[in-house]
Design a protein around this ligand. Structure first.
Ligand code: G
Ligand code: G
Ligand code: MN
Length: 402
């Protein structure tokens, strides 16, 4: 065994790809080895005990899914990063296979490689993330105490993903997505801390810190232009009886009108206790906030409850949207959800729009709003501001308003 506790092992039939990954990994403080030979790969998994594996899915004479099964049988606890030159969808499917086999996988690495994405994936272990003492090379699970320190240092901020009107392609607003701006680790994503914050009873404080950071930015830059800001709330956070007041005072402080704010809650929560949800959600609507049911279509929903609860918007889950172009079933489901929203008088938004053809399909189906990598990725506050400016024709005001 070696002294360095961070070791990356790559299997790829492309020698240049191996060398690039090794180089990026070494500059990120990892030891790195690579091979194109399966026997050698599995031997190293056992003997060298890598903490991270980078797996090329498609290699001559080797099936990436078989490799995942074999790794699961070996009981490896290394983080598996899936790469492929065959498009994101294949790599994402393989990552789902990995997770179903109980392998940890922080994400996929599409080819051609982005060095910054690889660095991010190497530092973003699924379920376990580098903490305050990451400098020592040790990886610990994020604890409530870590989150508490982050809250005290006010490190929880938001990144923003733009949202457009499908018909006019004009920007209508942003979805704020929580990020932990960690002084040593860099940007930490919500998958690594939301659940821990809930378990540690810190989700209310965290949600308010993210909301404050988002409203301060939005109020200063965009609120006067009539755009909207959507914020995600987990069931626990939205059940906080003080949240409606806290949100209203943030609106007052930053010059934002309640009607410009959309609270996104997930279907699973909204349906868990419909009676309690009705009272809670109604209080937000009375104040003027908009309410979106997020990730619609993947939970266990009752359509009757959907009609009864005071939602103003339905967000079609990205799993249907991403495959609408290629799968007839997905397209029919998206069409049905759009039509359902129209009949219930709800605004409907599609998330996960990854190409222009999908955007055209949505427009033809009468979808109101769209969001996704094709339109814009989540970006930091300054980057978002520049993105909006570049989108506008000279002399054109944001959202077409003077
Ligand atoms: O970009 P992305 O990895 O940000 O977001 C992953 C998931 O985390 C999304 O499903 C999103 O709804 C959720 N999420 C993002 N920000 C927040 C937040 O502030 N609170 C809660 N509860 N969930 C969030
Ligand atoms: O669950 P929630 O709707 O809040 O999801 C937001 C999540 O979706 C974030 O993690 C964001 O990074 C991700 N996301 C946004 N647009 C796209 C997209 O076009 N494709 C994929 N795969 N994910 C996206
Ligand atoms: Mn959301």
């Amino acid at each position: 065994m070696t002294s360095n506790e961070k070791r990356v092992l790559t299997i790829d039939d492309d020698g240049a790809a191996c060398r690039t990954i090794d180089l990026v990994a070494r500059t990120a403080g990892f030891e790195a080895r690579s091979t194109s030979d399966a026997t050698e790969f599995f031997r190293l998994v056992e003997d060298w005990q890598p903490t991270h594996l980078v797996l090329d899915l498609v290699m001559p004479g080797l099936d990436g899914v078989d490799v995942l099964h074999r790794l699961a049988e070996m009981g490896t606890d290394a983080q598996v990063i899936v790469t492929s030159g065959h498009g994101q969808r294949v790599a994402e499917a393989a990552r789902r296979v990995a997770r179903e086999l109980s392998l940890a996988s922080p994400g996929i690495l599409p080819k051609p490689f982005s060095a910054s994405l690889l660095r991010r994936l190497l530092h973003e272990d699924e379920g376990v993330s580098p903490c305050a003492n990451a400098g020592s090379g040790r990886f610990l699970a994020i604890t409530a105490a870590d989150i508490n320190s982050g809250l005290e240092r006010r490190e929880f901020v938001a990144h923003y993903q733009p949202k457009i009107d499908c018909a006019t392609e004009r920007i209508v607003g942003f979805e704020a997505l929580a990020r932990w701006d960690h002084p040593e680790v860099g940007v930490v994503f919500p998958d690594s801390f939301i659940r821990q914050a809930e378990d540690g009873d810190l989700i209310n404080a965290l949600s308010e810190q993210v909301a404050e950071s988002a409203l301060a930015w939005f109020g200063r830059t965009f609120a006067p232009h009539g755009l909207e800001l959507a914020l995600n709330f987990s069931g626990r956070a939205v059940s906080d009886p003080g949240l409606a007041d806290a949100m209203s005072s943030l609106c007052t402080r930053y010059g934002v009108c309640e009607t410009q704010i959309v609270l996104e809650v997930t279907e699973t929560y909204a349906m868990a206790d419909p009676t309690a949800a009705l009272a809670l959600l109604t209080r937000f609507r009375i104040r003027g906030f908009q309410l979106a049911i997020d990730d619609f279509g993947i939970g266990y929903s009752s359509l009757a409850q959907l009609a009864r609860l005071p939602f103003s918007e339905l967000k079609v889950d990205r799993s249907f949207v991403a495959s609408a172009r290629t799968s007839e079933e997905s397209r029919k489901i998206v069409a049905a959800l759009i039509s359902l929203s129209h009949s219930l008088g709800l605004r409907v938004a599609a998330e996960g729009v990854e190409d222009g053809e999908t955007l055209a399909i949505l427009r033809d189906l009468g979808c109101h709003h769209a969001q996704g990598y094709f339109i814009g990725r989540p970006m930091g506050p300054e980057e978002t501001r520049i993105w909006v400016e570049n989108k506008l024709a000279p002399g054109q005001a944001i959202n077409g308003r003077p």
